[in-house]
Design a protein around this ligand. Sequence first.
Ligand code: PLP
Length: 398
Amino acid sequence: MDIPAILGGSPVRDTKIFYGHQCIDDEDIKAVEEVLRSDFLTCGPKVNELEKTLEKICDSKYAVAVSNGTAALHCACIAAGISEGDEVITTPLTFAASANCVRYVGGTPVFADINPETYNIDPESIRSKITDRTKAVIAVDFTGQCVESEKIRAICDEYNLVFIEDAAHAIGSAYNSRPVGSLADMTTFSFHPVKTVTCGEGGAITTDNEDYYKKLVLAHTHGITHDEEMMEEAPHEGPWYYEEISLGYNYRLTDFQSALLISQLKKLDSFKKRRQEIVRRYDEAFGGIPEIIVQKEIPESDTCRHLYIIRLDLSKLKCSRREFYDAMSAENVQCQVHYVPVYLFPYYRHLGYKEGLCPNAEEIYKGILSIPLYPSMTDKDVSDVIEAVKKLTDHYRI
Ligand SMILES: *Cc1c(COP(=O)(O)O)cnc(C)c1O
């Protein structure tokens, strides 16, 4: 049996590989350069072109490009009219922003538990957390797998809740052949470098609802409008005149970022294909290892997988998750953990959230590791990751 590198053996590879990495090519660079040489660095034509591109990809009526995924969530909460005292149900197994956005508008995040096999928010748990203060649901397509949209939609309709989908992981995924971005009342995206397509920092919201759209536009640019129909003062003083009609923020995306993202989106299909190929190889390799539990997929989801998560069955291993993580690192495979259940962070604990709130999420958190997954991984990279996992499960098997 091979000796793990952490115990003095030789690592499966000589160079470090990380759990995620952006894929930028010469076309992307050229697209940015063109904008840098043009008249508009921001508020120019590329932003509009990006929004049109997203509307097409997401099969949605409207898209609003914003400065990052967190701003997208904040704007969605504003448009949904969430305010002081309102409750919003979300998942604990997510990046903090999915809950923080509720706090930005004075609302209270309420955490529903996850399905222990898919790791996505459990619709029945959503139902059990509804009170007469519940205003919305923020469901996260964890790792890119679609949430159970049909069931969540039905619950939201029954209780008159706004259905917001945090699709930071899920651009390119589809539910029953309908693209993510066309399913919820509002869908938010992130284009951070670890996500499937990137423009450095960036985000967007898609919706079919004109009223939400107007509010999203105002929220992301100071609450200011140039649209005469929306102004209170008519006739106004002159062409320079604009009005601030609500409180908004500067959450605009720049033109050079928009150009980069348009260029990235051209490769979404090929990125998806490669991600799916790698996922298939991992599923095959790990399906046969009894100490590893792989994430279950629902048949409705055609997933453009953002993260590949292995869950260690610690009852069958004589190591902790930390030891396995360190041993992977010594093999030069750098893993990550997605995520610490949000309410266990000090900020939320100080607000009164307590351990034990979502037992499935807490239990699953203990054994998960995200292993490398990105389109530019070579077949050899994928083999190395598989070999490292096999080597360590062989070594630590009880
Ligand atoms: C990345 C991420 C966000 C936040 O996006 P930023 O662009 O980093 O602000 C929100 N929700 C989830 C699930 C994410 O993974």
